[in-house]
Design a binder for this molecule. Sequence first.
Ligand code: AMP
Length: 191
Amino acid sequence: MTNIVLFGKPGAGKGTQADFLKIKYNLFHISTGDLFRFNISNKTSLGNLAKAYIDNGDLVPDKVTIEMLKECVEANFKSEGFIFDGFPRTISQAKVLDQFLQKKKISISAMISLEVDEEILIKRLIDRGKISGRTDDMDESKVRNRFREYNMKTSILQDYYKKQNKFHRISGIGSIEKINSRLTRLIDSFL
Ligand code: AMP
């Protein structure tokens, strides 16, 4: 199984690139942000719980997020592998993911970070919010809070995966096609 963690700040292009990669490599794409938004629009109890955190640009508590992630992996375990997009975002999420996959005799193949400067991302997110209507993209203070959360809790995961020799970085600036070919060149090199 090929299991890739797509990593990067909000707006770095993880979802856009995952849409290409899942087809090229026949992987199942899990976006925890999309799962939360699906639950919010369907007014499930999980959605109701997560809504306030997401609206403020805060991370949803680990316990809830991890449970949701595990359920999604279990339900799609027949696939040839996974693209994790937006998960893990904390050290405890990464540790639980490793233990969980180990029990299933699989592991993360690589963590790929899409690197883009914050000021470019803020503009991207505000523009995206105008089209998508995502409330957490429309307000600059919420966007900045998401970066604060990333810098405090998530960026440290680079070291976690570096220690496992699984960390790779590529530039997330340029056309979607250019970024896509950087990604596929990298993935093909370790497949
Ligand atoms: P995203 O679509 O990945 O930008 O995620 C949107 C929002 O969903 C984030 O700002 C968080 O509030 C929440 N979220 C998504 N993934 C996670 C995660 N792994 N841990 C905690 N909160 C998450």
